[in-house]
Design a protein around this ligand. Structure first.
Ligand code: DP6
Length: 345
Protein backbone atom coordinates (compact mmCIF):
# COMPACT_ATOMS: atom_id res chain seq x y z
CA UNK A 1 0.00 0.00 0.00
CA UNK A 2 0.95 3.63 -0.45
CA UNK A 3 -0.06 6.05 2.28
CA UNK A 4 -0.25 9.70 1.38
CA UNK A 5 -1.31 13.07 2.87
CA UNK A 6 -0.98 16.77 2.02
CA UNK A 7 -0.54 19.78 4.25
CA UNK A 8 0.01 23.50 3.76
CA UNK A 9 1.99 25.91 5.92
CA UNK A 10 1.81 29.70 5.64
CA UNK A 11 4.62 32.21 5.30
CA UNK A 12 5.24 34.13 8.52
CA UNK A 13 6.87 37.52 8.87
CA UNK A 14 8.42 38.40 12.22
CA UNK A 15 7.32 41.64 13.84
CA UNK A 16 9.75 40.96 16.69
CA UNK A 17 12.83 39.46 15.10
CA UNK A 18 14.69 36.26 15.82
CA UNK A 19 18.34 37.14 15.31
CA UNK A 20 20.99 35.14 17.15
CA UNK A 21 21.41 31.53 18.26
CA UNK A 22 22.58 30.22 21.59
CA UNK A 23 22.84 26.72 20.07
CA UNK A 24 23.52 26.37 16.38
CA UNK A 25 22.74 22.65 16.02
CA UNK A 26 19.38 22.78 17.77
CA UNK A 27 18.52 26.27 16.45
CA UNK A 28 17.97 27.66 19.93
CA UNK A 29 17.56 31.45 19.82
CA UNK A 30 19.02 34.19 22.00
CA UNK A 31 15.61 35.86 22.22
CA UNK A 32 11.92 35.14 21.91
CA UNK A 33 10.19 36.41 18.75
CA UNK A 34 6.71 37.14 17.41
CA UNK A 35 5.31 36.83 13.90
CA UNK A 36 2.19 37.51 11.93
CA UNK A 37 1.19 34.77 9.52
CA UNK A 38 0.15 35.76 6.05
CA UNK A 39 -3.25 34.33 5.10
CA UNK A 40 -3.05 30.60 4.29
CA UNK A 41 -4.28 30.84 0.71
CA UNK A 42 -2.11 33.79 -0.23
CA UNK A 43 1.43 32.69 0.44
CA UNK A 44 2.05 29.14 1.46
CA UNK A 45 3.93 25.93 0.84
CA UNK A 46 1.90 22.85 -0.06
CA UNK A 47 3.63 19.58 0.73
CA UNK A 48 2.43 16.11 -0.11
CA UNK A 49 4.15 13.08 1.36
CA UNK A 50 3.82 9.43 0.50
CA UNK A 51 5.33 6.38 2.09
CA UNK A 52 5.40 2.77 1.07
CA UNK A 53 7.39 -0.30 1.81
CA UNK A 54 8.27 -0.38 -1.92
CA UNK A 55 10.08 3.00 -2.05
CA UNK A 56 13.80 2.44 -2.38
CA UNK A 57 14.98 5.82 -1.03
CA UNK A 58 13.81 9.10 0.47
CA UNK A 59 13.19 11.64 -2.30
CA UNK A 60 12.20 15.29 -2.45
CA UNK A 61 10.79 17.30 -5.36
CA UNK A 62 10.83 21.02 -4.70
CA UNK A 63 8.81 23.13 -7.16
CA UNK A 64 9.05 20.30 -9.67
CA UNK A 65 12.77 19.66 -9.33
CA UNK A 66 14.43 16.72 -7.65
CA UNK A 67 16.39 18.06 -4.66
CA UNK A 68 18.81 16.62 -2.19
CA UNK A 69 17.57 15.58 1.24
CA UNK A 70 21.10 15.36 2.50
CA UNK A 71 21.25 18.52 4.59
CA UNK A 72 21.83 17.88 8.27
CA UNK A 73 18.83 20.02 9.19
CA UNK A 74 16.44 18.02 7.00
CA UNK A 75 17.89 14.75 8.23
CA UNK A 76 17.38 15.82 11.83
CA UNK A 77 13.70 16.63 11.16
CA UNK A 78 13.10 13.28 9.43
CA UNK A 79 14.87 11.40 12.23
CA UNK A 80 12.81 13.08 14.98
CA UNK A 81 9.56 12.30 13.16
CA UNK A 82 10.57 8.68 12.58
CA UNK A 83 11.49 8.31 16.26
CA UNK A 84 8.04 9.51 17.34
CA UNK A 85 6.37 7.20 14.85
CA UNK A 86 8.48 4.30 15.97
CA UNK A 87 7.36 4.83 19.60
CA UNK A 88 3.76 4.81 18.43
CA UNK A 89 4.31 1.57 16.51
CA UNK A 90 5.95 -0.04 19.53
CA UNK A 91 2.74 0.53 21.50
CA UNK A 92 0.32 -0.62 18.81
CA UNK A 93 1.22 -3.58 16.61
CA UNK A 94 -1.71 -2.98 14.26
CA UNK A 95 0.00 0.15 12.87
CA UNK A 96 1.92 -0.22 9.58
CA UNK A 97 5.67 0.09 10.29
CA UNK A 98 6.03 3.36 8.37
CA UNK A 99 8.93 4.52 10.53
CA UNK A 100 11.11 2.05 8.60
CA UNK A 101 9.88 3.02 5.13
CA UNK A 102 11.18 5.65 2.76
CA UNK A 103 9.34 8.87 1.98
CA UNK A 104 8.52 10.65 -1.25
CA UNK A 105 8.00 14.35 -0.65
CA UNK A 106 6.58 16.85 -3.15
CA UNK A 107 6.67 20.48 -2.09
CA UNK A 108 5.41 23.55 -3.92
CA UNK A 109 5.34 27.25 -3.11
CA UNK A 110 2.48 29.30 -4.56
CA UNK A 111 4.51 32.50 -4.38
CA UNK A 112 7.14 33.56 -6.88
CA UNK A 113 10.74 33.34 -5.75
CA UNK A 114 10.84 36.92 -6.95
CA UNK A 115 8.78 37.96 -3.93
CA UNK A 116 12.08 37.69 -2.10
CA UNK A 117 10.40 35.90 0.77
CA UNK A 118 12.36 33.44 2.80
CA UNK A 119 10.62 30.23 1.84
CA UNK A 120 12.49 28.06 4.34
CA UNK A 121 10.02 28.81 7.14
CA UNK A 122 6.90 27.69 5.28
CA UNK A 123 8.89 24.90 3.62
CA UNK A 124 10.14 23.20 6.79
CA UNK A 125 6.82 23.79 8.55
CA UNK A 126 4.84 22.12 5.75
CA UNK A 127 7.32 19.24 5.53
CA UNK A 128 7.19 18.49 9.24
CA UNK A 129 3.41 19.01 9.52
CA UNK A 130 2.73 16.73 6.54
CA UNK A 131 4.85 13.88 7.86
CA UNK A 132 3.40 14.29 11.38
CA UNK A 133 -0.05 13.89 9.84
CA UNK A 134 1.00 10.91 7.70
CA UNK A 135 2.40 9.24 10.84
CA UNK A 136 -0.76 10.15 12.81
CA UNK A 137 1.37 11.60 15.60
CA UNK A 138 -0.69 12.69 18.61
CA UNK A 139 1.69 15.54 19.51
CA UNK A 140 0.36 19.12 19.64
CA UNK A 141 1.33 21.80 17.10
CA UNK A 142 3.68 23.31 19.71
CA UNK A 143 5.44 19.96 20.15
CA UNK A 144 5.74 19.54 16.37
CA UNK A 145 7.04 23.12 16.11
CA UNK A 146 10.19 22.03 18.00
CA UNK A 147 11.00 19.66 15.14
CA UNK A 148 10.37 22.33 12.48
CA UNK A 149 12.60 24.69 14.52
CA UNK A 150 15.55 22.37 13.94
CA UNK A 151 14.98 22.72 10.18
CA UNK A 152 14.95 26.52 10.32
CA UNK A 153 14.35 28.60 13.43
CA UNK A 154 11.60 30.75 11.96
CA UNK A 155 9.81 27.63 10.63
CA UNK A 156 8.47 26.81 14.11
CA UNK A 157 6.22 29.89 13.89
CA UNK A 158 4.60 28.64 10.62
CA UNK A 159 2.93 25.72 12.43
CA UNK A 160 0.21 28.17 13.46
CA UNK A 161 -1.83 30.78 11.64
CA UNK A 162 -2.49 34.24 13.04
CA UNK A 163 -0.23 35.78 15.68
CA UNK A 164 2.48 33.50 16.95
CA UNK A 165 5.19 33.68 19.61
CA UNK A 166 8.33 31.58 19.60
CA UNK A 167 9.27 31.24 23.25
CA UNK A 168 13.05 31.00 23.41
CA UNK A 169 13.05 28.62 26.41
CA UNK A 170 15.99 28.01 28.72
CA UNK A 171 16.65 24.25 28.56
CA UNK A 172 19.88 23.15 26.91
CA UNK A 173 18.11 20.38 24.98
CA UNK A 174 15.57 22.80 23.45
CA UNK A 175 12.58 21.03 25.01
CA UNK A 176 10.96 24.37 25.95
CA UNK A 177 11.89 26.35 22.81
CA UNK A 178 8.63 26.21 20.87
CA UNK A 179 5.93 28.18 19.08
CA UNK A 180 2.64 29.09 20.76
CA UNK A 181 -0.38 30.93 19.46
CA UNK A 182 -0.82 34.49 20.74
CA UNK A 183 -4.10 35.09 18.91
CA UNK A 184 -5.90 33.58 15.96
CA UNK A 185 -6.24 35.43 12.68
CA UNK A 186 -9.95 35.99 13.38
CA UNK A 187 -9.07 37.82 16.60
CA UNK A 188 -7.90 40.77 14.46
CA UNK A 189 -9.42 40.07 11.04
CA UNK A 190 -8.91 43.53 9.54
CA UNK A 191 -5.11 43.29 9.75
CA UNK A 192 -3.54 43.25 6.28
CA UNK A 193 -0.03 42.95 4.91
CA UNK A 194 1.52 44.25 1.70
CA UNK A 195 4.89 43.24 0.35
CA UNK A 196 6.87 45.90 -1.49
CA UNK A 197 9.37 44.09 -3.67
CA UNK A 198 12.49 46.23 -3.79
CA UNK A 199 14.76 43.57 -5.23
CA UNK A 200 14.23 39.97 -6.19
CA UNK A 201 17.96 39.25 -6.01
CA UNK A 202 19.19 36.54 -3.68
CA UNK A 203 20.11 37.90 -0.27
CA UNK A 204 23.56 39.14 0.45
CA UNK A 205 24.39 37.33 3.68
CA UNK A 206 22.30 34.24 4.53
CA UNK A 207 20.52 34.65 7.87
CA UNK A 208 22.24 31.69 9.50
CA UNK A 209 25.75 33.06 9.01
CA UNK A 210 24.60 36.68 9.40
CA UNK A 211 23.23 36.10 12.86
CA UNK A 212 26.29 34.14 13.95
CA UNK A 213 28.42 37.07 12.85
CA UNK A 214 26.26 39.57 14.76
CA UNK A 215 26.35 37.48 17.96
CA UNK A 216 30.14 37.27 17.72
CA UNK A 217 30.93 40.91 16.93
CA UNK A 218 28.17 43.38 17.87
CA UNK A 219 28.10 45.15 21.26
CA UNK A 220 24.69 46.60 20.50
CA UNK A 221 23.34 43.08 20.10
CA UNK A 222 24.01 42.36 23.80
CA UNK A 223 21.96 45.40 24.77
CA UNK A 224 19.18 44.29 22.42
CA UNK A 225 18.78 40.80 23.84
CA UNK A 226 19.24 41.79 27.50
CA UNK A 227 17.36 45.03 27.84
CA UNK A 228 15.21 45.60 24.78
CA UNK A 229 13.58 42.44 23.48
CA UNK A 230 12.27 40.88 26.74
CA UNK A 231 10.16 43.95 27.49
CA UNK A 232 9.11 44.37 23.86
CA UNK A 233 7.99 40.73 23.70
CA UNK A 234 5.46 41.30 26.50
CA UNK A 235 4.35 44.66 25.10
CA UNK A 236 3.78 43.28 21.62
CA UNK A 237 1.72 40.35 22.88
CA UNK A 238 -0.35 42.84 24.85
CA UNK A 239 -0.81 45.12 21.82
CA UNK A 240 -2.03 42.16 19.74
CA UNK A 241 -4.35 40.91 22.44
CA UNK A 242 -5.94 44.33 22.84
CA UNK A 243 -5.91 45.07 19.07
CA UNK A 244 -3.96 48.27 19.67
CA UNK A 245 -2.67 49.03 16.17
CA UNK A 246 -0.68 52.15 17.11
CA UNK A 247 1.33 50.25 19.75
CA UNK A 248 1.69 47.16 17.58
CA UNK A 249 2.95 49.32 14.71
CA UNK A 250 5.45 51.29 16.77
CA UNK A 251 6.88 48.14 18.39
CA UNK A 252 7.13 46.47 14.96
CA UNK A 253 8.94 49.41 13.35
CA UNK A 254 11.26 49.87 16.33
CA UNK A 255 12.14 46.19 16.31
CA UNK A 256 12.92 46.14 12.60
CA UNK A 257 15.16 49.17 13.10
CA UNK A 258 16.82 47.61 16.15
CA UNK A 259 17.57 44.38 14.27
CA UNK A 260 19.06 46.23 11.30
CA UNK A 261 21.06 48.42 13.69
CA UNK A 262 22.71 45.31 15.16
CA UNK A 263 23.55 44.22 11.61
CA UNK A 264 25.18 47.58 11.00
CA UNK A 265 26.98 47.28 14.35
CA UNK A 266 28.44 43.90 13.36
CA UNK A 267 32.06 44.05 12.31
CA UNK A 268 32.48 44.08 9.36
CA UNK A 269 28.89 45.38 9.02
CA UNK A 270 26.05 43.59 7.24
CA UNK A 271 23.69 45.63 5.04
CA UNK A 272 20.29 44.22 4.27
CA UNK A 273 18.33 47.42 3.62
CA UNK A 274 19.21 49.61 0.66
CA UNK A 275 18.41 53.21 -0.34
CA UNK A 276 14.98 52.21 -1.58
CA UNK A 277 14.24 50.41 1.71
CA UNK A 278 15.17 53.55 3.59
CA UNK A 279 12.91 55.66 1.35
CA UNK A 280 10.04 53.35 2.26
CA UNK A 281 10.81 53.80 5.98
CA UNK A 282 10.72 57.58 5.56
CA UNK A 283 7.55 57.42 3.50
CA UNK A 284 5.75 55.36 6.18
CA UNK A 285 6.67 57.83 8.89
CA UNK A 286 5.54 60.63 6.64
CA UNK A 287 2.20 58.94 6.00
CA UNK A 288 1.60 58.43 9.73
CA UNK A 289 2.57 62.04 10.45
CA UNK A 290 0.32 63.29 7.67
CA UNK A 291 -2.77 61.46 8.91
CA UNK A 292 -1.85 62.27 12.55
CA UNK A 293 -2.55 58.62 13.24
CA UNK A 294 -0.50 55.47 12.91
CA UNK A 295 -1.97 53.71 9.90
CA UNK A 296 1.05 51.74 8.68
CA UNK A 297 4.01 49.77 10.03
CA UNK A 298 7.01 48.51 8.08
CA UNK A 299 9.33 45.64 8.78
CA UNK A 300 12.37 44.28 6.90
CA UNK A 301 13.93 40.82 7.17
CA UNK A 302 17.35 39.78 5.94
CA UNK A 303 16.90 41.63 2.63
CA UNK A 304 15.73 44.95 1.17
CA UNK A 305 12.03 44.13 0.65
CA UNK A 306 9.44 45.78 2.89
CA UNK A 307 6.43 44.17 4.50
CA UNK A 308 3.81 46.71 5.50
CA UNK A 309 1.08 46.07 8.05
CA UNK A 310 -2.10 48.13 8.09
CA UNK A 311 -5.79 47.81 8.89
CA UNK A 312 -8.15 47.14 6.02
CA UNK A 313 -10.13 50.36 6.58
CA UNK A 314 -6.96 52.36 5.89
CA UNK A 315 -6.02 50.59 2.66
CA UNK A 316 -7.17 53.38 0.33
CA UNK A 317 -5.48 56.07 2.40
CA UNK A 318 -2.24 54.12 2.42
CA UNK A 319 -2.21 52.97 -1.20
CA UNK A 320 -2.98 56.45 -2.50
CA UNK A 321 0.30 57.57 -0.98
CA UNK A 322 2.24 54.52 -2.11
CA UNK A 323 1.10 54.65 -5.74
CA UNK A 324 1.74 58.38 -5.86
CA UNK A 325 5.20 58.01 -4.39
CA UNK A 326 6.03 55.24 -6.78
CA UNK A 327 4.72 56.94 -9.90
CA UNK A 328 6.26 60.36 -9.38
CA UNK A 329 9.81 59.31 -10.07
CA UNK A 330 9.19 55.72 -11.04
CA UNK A 331 10.74 55.00 -7.71
CA UNK A 332 10.30 55.74 -4.05
CA UNK A 333 10.69 59.35 -3.14
CA UNK A 334 9.52 60.41 0.26
CA UNK A 335 10.25 64.10 -0.23
CA UNK A 336 6.66 65.30 -0.41
CA UNK A 337 6.05 69.03 -0.45
CA UNK A 338 3.18 70.63 1.47
CA UNK A 339 1.35 70.93 -1.84
CA UNK A 340 1.73 67.24 -2.60
CA UNK A 341 0.45 66.34 0.82
CA UNK A 342 -2.59 68.57 0.36
CA UNK A 343 -3.54 66.46 -2.68
CA UNK A 344 -4.30 63.55 -0.35
CA UNK A 345 -6.92 65.41 1.65
C1 DP6 B 1 15.47 38.05 9.88
O1 DP6 B 1 14.89 31.22 10.53
O2 DP6 B 1 15.99 31.79 8.33
O3 DP6 B 1 13.80 36.51 9.15
O4 DP6 B 1 17.30 29.36 11.96
O5 DP6 B 1 19.32 29.81 10.61
O6 DP6 B 1 17.28 28.92 9.49
P1 DP6 B 1 17.83 29.77 10.61
O7 DP6 B 1 17.39 31.27 10.33
P2 DP6 B 1 16.03 31.86 9.81
O8 DP6 B 1 16.17 33.38 10.27
C2 DP6 B 1 15.14 34.30 10.16
C3 DP6 B 1 15.66 35.67 10.44
C4 DP6 B 1 14.67 36.81 10.22
C5 DP6 B 1 13.87 37.11 11.48
C6 DP6 B 1 12.73 36.20 11.83
O9 DP6 B 1 12.14 35.55 10.96
O10 DP6 B 1 12.41 36.17 13.05
Amino acid sequence: AIYTVSKTAPVNIATLKYWGKRDKNLNLPTNSSISVTLAQDDLRTLTSVATSETFSQDQLWLNGKLESLESERTQQCLQDLRNLRSKLEAGDSSLPPMSKWNLHIVSENNFPTAAGLASSAAGFAALVAAIAKLYELPESASEISKIARKGSGSACRSLFGGYVAWEMGSEADGSDSKAVEVASQSHWPDMKAAILVVSAAKKDTPSTSGMQHTVATSDLFQERIRNVVPKRFEEMKQAIQSRDFASFAELTMRDSNSFHATCLDSYPPIFYMNDTSRQIVKLCHQINAFYKETIVAYTFDAGPNAVLYYLEQNETKLMAFIYQAFQRNSGWDSKFSAKDLAAFE
